[in-house]
Design a protein around this ligand. Structure first.
Ligand SMILES: [Fe+2]
Length: 158
């Protein structure tokens, strides 16, 4: 029932609008938290997929990520840059999923052809990450993780 006093009616409407705005903000925060969780789960699943396939990578991904973050923190990376690097560290060897097991886990020395296959993991990784919008800022760092200061790394030798 409408209040005969227009000031009271306006106050009620204002209060209702405020409560609705708070409810929307709460829902948005909840959705954002859920999306972050899905994002983290997706990254963790990708890391587990690499580690299940490649014995060498087990523990390697975690160490690379940890050391990279420690160095970056000393270099003064921003919080956002550290987040980008964290994802790059965790995803950097995702392309190994596309390397044949016989080559990836070969116990002895690799032939030149096998080594060339191994090196393809950075290109495969870039292709895997390309459609994932939430890792797009991390893709260049992951793609470049075998480059070297002296230009003797790969895949672009820069
Ligand atoms: Fe690698």
């Amino acid at each position: 029932m409408q209040d005969p006093n227009p000031d009271n009616e306006n106050a009620k409407l204002k209060d209702l609008s405020h409560k609705q705005a708070l409810a929307y903000a709460h829902d948005l925060r909840k959705l954002h938290t859920q999306m972050q969780k899905h994002f983290e789960d997706t990254i963790s699943a990708a890391v587990r997929a690499i580690e299940a396939k490649d014995e060498y990578t087990r523990g390697h991904t975690e160490r690379v990520t940890l050391y990279s973050l420690q160095i970056a923190a000393k270099l003064g990376f921003s919080t956002n840059e550290l987040k980008i690097l964290d994802i790059a560290g965790r995803m950097h060897d995702i392309g190994k999923i596309g390397i044949p097991d016989a080559v990836l886990n070969k116990p002895g020395a690799l032939t030149d052809a096998e080594y060339a296959q191994i090196k393809e993991h950075v290109n495969i990784g870039r292709q895997i990450m390309a459609p994932m919008a939430f890792v797009k800022d991390s893709n260049p760092a992951a793609f470049s993780h075998h480059e070297r200061w002296d230009g003797k790394g790969y895949p672009e030798y820069r």
